[in-house]
Design a protein around this ligand. Structure first.
Ligand SMILES: Cc1cc2nc3c(=O)[nH]c(=O)nc-3n(C[C@H](O)[C@H](O)[C@H](O)COP(=O)(O)OP(=O)(O)OC[C@H]3O[C@@H](n4cnc5c(N)ncnc54)[C@H](O)[C@@H]3O)c2cc1C
Length: 360
């Protein structure tokens, strides 16, 4: 089987590595060989996705900082804790810098004989070449514009501001904190005992002074230095059709969601897991590795992905509604629900493994 991947993003390289691990030849096409990722951006990856990544993609343990507790607060309840997630036996998820994860994958793949990095050629020529499957992970190329533009979208009219800050050493810096403020959710995500990252999603495009806001909502750190701030315009988007002939759209092209639950890349890892098991299944049964993989992938995951990303949107709208009407009844309700062990367990499981109805 011969596969090509369009784009050289984190998604592209993670997918490529999972494919070469199965003995599949992969050509990666992109403008530049290596992407530059910002050092101040982090991603939270759930425990079960880390386990999969380590086993079937690449061991990334040395770049991870494990989070054992998630505390959720509401400004509407005078900064009272409304939810508290923890797993007595294990950590819940891990934080990694996009930059470290990308470089680790890139330098590993560079040494792999089954991988070829090529400068982007004309896409029309590329589509005519003999590839059994083409994964399109590049949201700005002409393939996306031509075949994968039909999506269900919602503009949050919000920007996510991200950075990291250095602080005095905190020996047990393993608690992630999210506060639903009147301006939007802010998350403090520890990345080491001396560094923590921040994601603050704020409505409108205003002149935001993130440094002041970090200082306002910071509950426990003695901040030494705040690094450069980057911002991203936020959208919810779900692609209507995942495939065109033997091309499969992949990664954020399929689903973009509000970062409040840190689930975008987690969904992509679950998608890689699905591709991985479809290939394993076909190999085991001596079946052709062809475009049917794309069709099965879409059949198995599209509805679940749609439901999941809309579930995250529901959480966003839930707290947004409370702010609009200036009351705190919903926060009180969440606090009550969070005290219920079963509800708490279900929330934790969905965040870890996505939607798998059969589990409940
Ligand atoms: C502020 C922020 C925080 C995030 N935190 C997490 C996390 O903790 N855990 C996790 O699993 N995923 C998270 N994601 C999603 C994750 O960053 C992307 O899925 C992943 O980086 C895709 O990378 P890529 O290199 O393959 O794609 P790229 O080729 O880099 O393209 C994707 C681009 O879209 C941006 N993007 C992603 N989601 C949105 C959105 N809803 N609206 C607008 N732009 C978006 C990405 O940051 C990136 O710049 C977050 C996204 C954003 C914007």
């Amino acid at each position: 089987m011969k596969v090509s991947i369009l784009g050289n993003s984190l998604t592209s390289l993670s997918l490529a590595k999972s494919l070469v691990n199965q003995g599949i030849k992969v050509d990666i096409f992109s403008n530049k060989k290596k992407r530059k990722y910002n050092k101040n951006q982090t991603i939270g990856i759930s425990k079960s996705n880390i386990d999969f990544f380590n086993k079937k993609i690449l061991n990334i343990n040395k770049f991870l900082w494990n989070i054992k507790n998630i505390e959720i607060y509401s400004e509407n309840l005078e900064h009272h804790k409304i939810l508290d997630f923890q797993n007595r036996h294990n950590h819940l998820f891990s934080i990694v810098k996009n930059f470290n994860l990308y470089n680790h994958l890139f330098y590993n793949l560079k040494k792999n004989k089954l991988i070829r990095f090529s400068k982007k050629t004309n896409y029309q020529n590329l589509l005519e070449k003999k590839y059994d499957l083409i994964f399109n992970c590049d949201h700005s190329n002409s393939v996306t514009k031509k075949f994968f533009h039909n999506r269900i979208e919602k503009d949050y009219n919000s920007f996510a501001y991200v950075t990291t800050f250095k602080h005095k050493r905190l020996t047990n810096n393993c608690v992630a904190v999210q506060i639903f403020t009147k301006r939007g959710p802010i998350a403090f995500l520890p990345i080491s005992s001396v560094e923590t990252s921040v994601v603050f999603s704020i409505k409108g495009k205003e002149n935001v002074n993130l440094e002041n806001l970090i200082k306002k909502y910071n509950l426990k750190y003695e901040i030494l230095k705040i690094n450069k701030v980057n911002n991203f315009e936020l959208k919810l988007s779900n692609l209507r059709s995942y495939t065109f002939k033997n091309i499969i759209a992949f990664g954020d092209i399929l689903h973009r969601l509000h970062p409040l639950a840190g689930q975008g890349f987690n969904m992509t890892i679950r998608d890689i897991k699905e591709i991985n098991s479809l290939i394993e299944f076909k190999k085991k049964h001596g079946l052709e590795l062809d475009r049917s993989i794309g069709l099965d992938f879409e059949k198995n995951l599209k509805d679940k992905n749609y439901l999941f990303s809309n579930g995250i949107d529901f959480i966003y709208e839930f707290f947004n509604f409370e702010n609009k009407f200036n009351n705190n009844n919903l926060s009180k309700l969440v606090k009550l629900l969070g005290k219920n062990n079963l509800a708490n367990k279900i929330f934790t499981k969905i965040a870890d493994k996505g939607i798998s109805i059969s589990d409940y």
